[in-house]
Design a protein around this ligand. Structure first.
Ligand SMILES: Cc1cc2nc3c(=O)[nH]c(=O)nc-3n(C[C@H](O)[C@H](O)[C@H](O)COP(=O)(O)OP(=O)(O)OC[C@H]3O[C@@H](n4cnc5c(N)ncnc54)[C@H](O)[C@@H]3O)c2cc1C
Length: 294
């Protein structure tokens, strides 16, 4: 569970994470249900969100990261400077309310000096992304017939699934496509893709001996290794108190992201819930202001 939930070993993880997950699994009707997105995230997850925003008059600026948070004299946000990845041309974005939904490690790099001493932001020093590696392996034969997420007993691998069965987009009746989480990845993140795949294949020989040892063995057709040196924050003991709420101490600035405080830990559900809580907070505060002014 510790490797699946936070990509670290059981000796390092805070027991809060395991107890919270178990609590959710037991208390919520579909708490332990597992499901896969039936396609690539950019098309199946992000595009519908972009459509929703643009259909209502919003704008989405792709490949244009925030480069600087500009402040007024009273330390509230004056504007965000954004710039295209492939250009030096900068653009200033102004708004009534500003939200950062960046991962905590990247947000810390953009934190204005004037904010660094504030308790909420200085605590972020203790929240640090954990390295993880995702591996996609395409085989020439079927390895499993299991339509579910599997928890590996290998010391190098975490959860994995045969996507040729579990995910419509990769459906194949004859050949397996495994997606595996390689964790803990601290000692492997700097190694070559070839070394990582070789180590993974050695582990798979132990998990599927009949397919990889002896005659007529299963062959690897192609692979893809995706390294994330800083993924979700490392949930070590004591870090729960360091997580900020969506309401920052700055009047017109708000936070979202899985590392902000919400009940679903560092997960997609957690990230979505943090966005909802952030929107609710802004809505409450700004409708209060409108009522006062009107
Ligand atoms: C290998 C792996 C497997 C996982 N498996 C699962 C799983 O099975 N189930 C699950 O629930 N969770 C899983 N997670 C965790 C899940 O992906 C995260 O909890 C979730 O994506 C966090 O969402 P977020 O919106 O907080 O951050 P992110 O998804 O990291 O989004 C932050 C966004 O900010 C953008 N950004 C960065 N810098 C800037 C900038 N300067 N300006 C503007 N934008 C910027 C980034 O491009 C990114 O799009 C997994 C994570 C990894 C790495």
């Amino acid at each position: 569970m510790s490797k699946a939930l936070n990509f670290i070993g059981p000796d390092e993880i805070s027991s809060t994470v395991l107890l919270t997950a178990l609590n959710r699994f037991l208390q919520e009707k579909n708490g332990s249900k597992m499901a896969f997105l039936d396609g690539a995230p950019p098309e199946r997850l992000c595009q519908p969100i972009v459509d929703y925003i643009t259909e209502r008059g919003g704008e989405v600026h792709m490949n244009s990261p925030v480069r600087k948070i500009n402040l007024n004299d009273d330390s509230t946000v004056k504007s965000f400077t954004i710039a295209k990845l492939d250009s030096k041309d900068k653009e200033e974005i102004t708004a009534d309310a500003y939200v950062s939904a960046m991962p905590v490690d990247l947000f810390k790099l953009l934190l204005p000096n004037q904010w660094k001493g504030l308790d909420t932001f200085s605590k972020l020093k203790g929240l640090n992304g954990v390295p993880v590696i995702n591996i996609h392996l395409w085989f020439d034969k079927k390895l499993t017939d299991i339509d579910h997420l599997l928890f590996s007993r290998s010391p190098l691998l975490s959860v994995y699934a045969d996507m040729s069965i579990a995910c419509k987009e990769y459906e194949d009746p004859d050949k397996s496509m495994l997606e595996l989480v390689f964790a803990p990845a601290k000692d492997w993140i700097g190694k070559s893709d070839e070394d990582i795949v070789e180590a993974t294949m050695e582990e798979l020989k132990k998990l599927f001996p009949s397919h990889f040892l002896g005659e007529n063995t299963t062959k690897l057709r192609k692979y893809k290794v995706v390294k994330t040196p800083k993924s979700v924050y490392k949930a070590v003991p004591g870090c729960q108190e360091l997580r900020p709420s969506q309401r920052s101490p700055i009047k017109n600035f708000f936070l979202a992201g899985d590392y902000t405080m919400q009940k679903y830990l560092a997960s997609m559900e957690g990230a979505v819930l943090s966005g909802k809580l952030c929107a609710e907070t802004i809505d409450k505060e700004y409708s209060k202001e409108t009522n006062v002014t009107s």
